[in-house]
Design a protein around this ligand. Structure first.
Ligand SMILES: [Ca+2]
Ligand SMILES: [Ca+2]
Ligand SMILES: [Ca+2]
Length: 226
């Protein structure tokens, strides 16, 4: 009986857990031009290089999206210039060649409200300015969590996707998706979208059934032994 219980317990532990992926955020679906939806922040690295959240500050609502001065119309005064995020359009800020100390990024950030592995899915970042020569002046994409190192970094694309795992996150961790001018901001208009999915590990019903059977047999063995 004890051997059977042990076997059952081992089998139940070996049974795969089902991983339900739920969408916890979606850039376009969640976009509110007046006030960021719960969990979201729209930022720019006004005060220093990308990757250090101490340098980040909020973009301000213009009523149709967010830019550096919160007043409809671009360009804004340096160092903001064309930095903006709206539901269907975005643009990074300027680069050192344009009179600032570092590449100014537009940053979409989301803070998770529960622990678990988080994935980016359904992602796309495409340059959209019709006057731009394909393959010319590009963007730089950088993704990091809190003040951690870059999890994903790419530049030199006309269009790209970035479906990746961000690993196990804790409640309150923030994902930053930052788009920079990659040297200059001419023709740098873009379209952005992505979802964040989170895994909720739920034991398979069969695992629970086996475990309960195992525990029941264990109890039976003890009673007969007494
Ligand atoms: Ca979407
Ligand atoms: Ca403005
Ligand atoms: Ca550029």
């Amino acid at each position: 009986m004890r051997a059977l219980f042990c076997l059952t317990l081992i089998l139940s532990l070996l049974s795969p857990l089902s991983a339900d992926l739920i969408t916890i955020a979606d850039y376009r679906d969640d976009f509110n031009p007046n006030t960021p939806s719960e969990g979201w922040a729209y930022l720019w690295n006004r005060d220093g290089v990308i990757g250090n959240t101490a340098n980040y500050t909020a973009l301000l609502s213009t009523g149709s999206g967010y830019d550096s001065n919160g007043v409809n119309g671009l360009p804004d005064p340096l160092p903001g210039r064309f930095v903006t995020l709206t539901q269907n359009f975005g643009h990074p800020g300027p680069a050192p060649a344009q009179g600032v100390g570092f590449d100014v990024h537009a940053i979409a950030a989301f803070t998770v409200d529960q622990a678990g592995e988080v994935f980016i899915a359904n992602s796309n970042l495409s340059m959209t300015n019709g006057n731009r020569a394909v393959g010319s002046d590009t963007l730089a994409l950088l993704i990091h969590v809190n003040n951690g190192p870059a999890i994903f970094q790419q530049s030199g694309f006309d269009s790209t996707t970035f479906d990746i795992s961000l690993g196990e996150l804790e409640t309150g961790d923030t994902v930053f998706v930052a788009i920079g001018p990659n040297g200059s901001d001419f023709f740098d208009g873009f379209a952005l979208d992505f979802s964040l999915l989170q895994e909720e590990a739920v034991p398979e019903p069969s695992s629970w059934a086996l475990l309960l059977i195992g525990l029941g047999l264990s109890g039976f063995t003890r009673r007969t032994a007494d």
